[in-house]
Design a protein around this ligand. Structure first.
Ligand code: NPQ
Ligand code: MG
Length: 369
């Protein structure tokens, strides 16, 4: 492939409802889409970062700068030899910055696969045509509002409920959801690093509620703490922010820091590394599931292809478009009998709706190639 043009489309899309986590509240999704025009086809990808570095150390301004100054020049240096796999290798000398790497690698992979008429599912090794969808429920202003939200999602058919928790909003909401909706609902929690090892005995009280897992209770760099916690808490520990690579996955598994992994391509630098994490976990008998970052259809499409790999045995956060957006940037992903269909078209298998993109675009810019 030869890169002919790269442009960024900064978008701001209102969320259907505020989304509150232990690290903040979002009222709309602000991000950029990267379009790469090559001699063979065009590719698109969505940056998962937010305006502020609260989920991880990356943020939109930083992603754009590192793409312009570091990543795109290294991809261009490949000239005609450029392929998505070669770009992934060319970007390795650049430390960190996985979300910035993910958006460039994914756009190039989209272009490459479209040129070959291959879908992400075919390329990654999908074994299913639909995947069961879970839903991530934010921290609410009151318990009744939480119950209403969970009831609505269950009525829509979501097969798993994930509750965001933080100190002061954990045991009560979990107990109320369990009491209200019964023991059969698949239920898990996500703390986004909000606790410390000093909270171990408190977190162990969640064992009464038969949760599938407790996601990222401790800081992302506290593998030892998660391993200690796993000795006190019976509920399986799942890591999200702590796992940046297949090597991190191997380390966390070996240390007993987790027994489930939330795989997010944007957090690990792209789909190639995400598949390696799947392979490492699968080889160790550790279940994985596909996490989400409030993606529009541009990011949701390839995530669904990943979620269809054999080791993705737990419902992911691959919710329908309507979970976050009244109007998605692509044809909406719908929940049908608790499942969402894996795109079958070439590349990411979705196409932007130009008028919707125009409506939510704040600005566009070009990266010199
Ligand atoms: C679906 C889900 O819970 N995702 C992340 C948290 C997250 C990620 C990115 C976000 C961007 C804007 C607002 C909230 C966000 C929450 C998680 O699993 O930890
Ligand atoms: Mg998480």
């Amino acid at each position: 492939l030869t890169i002919e043009r790269i442009d960024l489309h900064h978008v701001r899309i209102p969320l259907v409802a505020p989304f509150r986590t232990s690290f903040g509240t979002s009222y709309d999704r602000e991000t950029f889409l990267l379009r790469v025009v090559t001699d063979a086809a065009e590719g698109w990808a969505e940056c998962a970062a937010e305006p502020d570095p609260l989920y991880s150390e990356e943020w939109l301004g930083g992603c754009e700068a590192v793409l312009r100054e570091q990543l795109v020049p290294r991809a261009l240096a490949l000239g005609k030899r450029l392929t998505a796999t070669r770009v992934a290798t060319a970007l390795e000398p650049v430390k960190g910055n996985p979300m910035a790497k993910h958006v460039l690698e994914t756009a190039l992979l989209d272009a490459e696969l479209r040129a070959h008429g291959l879908s992400f599912g075919q390329y990654l090794g999908a074994v299913r045509e639909t995947v069961p969808a879970g839903v991530s429920v934010g921290i609410m202003d009151s318990l009744p509002e939480l119950v209403d939200a969970v009831r609505d999602y269950l009525d829509q058919g979501y097969v798993r409920i994930k509750l965001k928790i933080e100190p002061g909003w954990d045991l009560e909401p979990v107990r109320l959801v369990r009491e209200t909706f019964g023991d059969d609902v698949l239920l898990q929690v996500d703390a986004n690093t909000a606790y410390t090892l000093a909270d171990a005995r408190h977190l162990a009280r969640l064992d009464d509620f038969d949760l599938l897992l407790i996601e990222q209770p401790l800081p992302e760099d506290d593998l030892r703490g998660h391993a200690e916690l796993a000795r006190v808490v019976r509920t399986p520990i799942c890591l999200d922010e702590s796992i940046r690579s297949a090597r991190d996955a191997a380390t966390a598994i070996a240390l007993g820091a987790c027994s489930v992994i939330n795989v997010k391509p944007a957090r690990v630098g792209g789909y190639l590394e995400a598949r390696r994490i799947h392979d490492v976990a699968h080889a160790n008998g550790v279940p994985v599931w596909c996490g989400g970052m409030l993606e529009t259809g541009i990011g949701r499409g390839p995530n669904l292809a990943l979620a269809a790999l054999p080791g993705f045995v737990l419902p992911g956060d691959t919710s329908a478009s309507s979970r976050y957006y009244r109007q998605d940037l692509t044809a909406p992903f719908e929940l049908v009998d608790g499942h969402v269909a894996v795109p079958t078209g070439p590349g990411i298998g979705v196409d932007l709706l130009p008028d919707v993109l125009a409506e939510v675009t704040v600005s566009s810019s070009t990266i010199p190639v």
